[in-house]
Design a protein around this ligand. Structure first.
Ligand SMILES: Nc1ncnc2c1ncn2[C@@H]1O[C@H](COP(=O)(O)OP(=O)(O)O)[C@@H](O)[C@H]1O
Ligand SMILES: [Mg+2]
Length: 209
């Protein structure tokens, strides 16, 4: 019996604020569509009611990191079960702008009581990506890219330095690709595409030349 190779891939772009996850998720989705692949782009917080609440809470200093962690995990499980998994089953390549590594890096950096293990446990029911790419940048540069009026509560450089270290340590431990984004967008995007193309090849997923 021939086992058919699964023709889908779940890709996550993650990294500190302003690293470019939103910019590059969109560009990557456009690139893969041009290559003839059915592509679905999504982001966190998701479009669920919990996701909408999180977007409000991200601007509210009174909400503790533990509440954020719990809500992010609840949102992620819904996001995975109702959206990501469904799309993968329909044969789409799914790209998520942020996923579990955001919770691990941000919430564990905000409080000594919040451990990475606890966050991992909360997220046990959210399916794992096939490929996680960490976009890396010095927080001083990333924050200067953002409109200062719309900064969220995490967005100061001392916290972001900590968050960045968690991303980098995890990436080394788990073998995620790290791409520095302190370069023009086109060049950064080309590097991301190379990593994704390699993964597609590894999985035997064909693309248009
Ligand atoms: N390599 C880059 N060089 C210059 N500006 C960039 C680069 N990557 C992203 N930006 C800009 O920085 C801002 C934040 O990017 P965004 O993709 O929203 O980051 P994130 O989603 O990671 O917070 C946007 O205005 C974007 O156009
Ligand atoms: Mg973004």
């Amino acid at each position: 019996m021939i086992k058919t190779m699964q023709q889908t891939l779940f890709i996550v772009l993650d990294g500190i604020d302003g690293a470019g996850t939103t910019t590059h998720s969109k560009l990557l989705a456009g690139f893969l569509s041009l290559k003839g692949l059915k592509t679905y782009l999504t982001r966190e917080p998701s479009s669920s009611e919990i996701g909408k609440l999180l977007r409000i809470y991200l601007k509210d200093e009174r909400i503790p990191a533990s509440t954020d962690a719990l809500l992010f995990a609840a949102d992620r499980v819904l996001h995975y079960k109702n959206e990501i998994k469904k799309k993968l089953e329909e044969g789409y390549i799914v790209i998520s702008d942020r996923y579990i590594e955001s919770s691990i890096a941000y919430q564990s950096s905000q409080s000594d009581e919040i451990t990475i293990e606890w966050i991992e446990n909360l997220n046990l029911f959210a399916g794992e990506p096939d490929l996680t790419i960490i976009l890396d940048i010095d927080p001083k540069i990333s924050l200067s890219r953002k409109n200062q009026e719309f900064l969220e509560k995490f967005e100061d450089t001392s916290l972001l330095d900590k968050v960045r270290q968690v991303y980098l340590t995890r990436a080394e431990k788990l073998g995620y690709s790290i791409i520095n984004t302190n370069n023009i967008i086109e060049l950064v995007q080309t590097e991301i595409q190379e990593v994704v193309l390699n993964k597609l090849k590894e999985k035997g997923i064909g693309i248009k030349k």
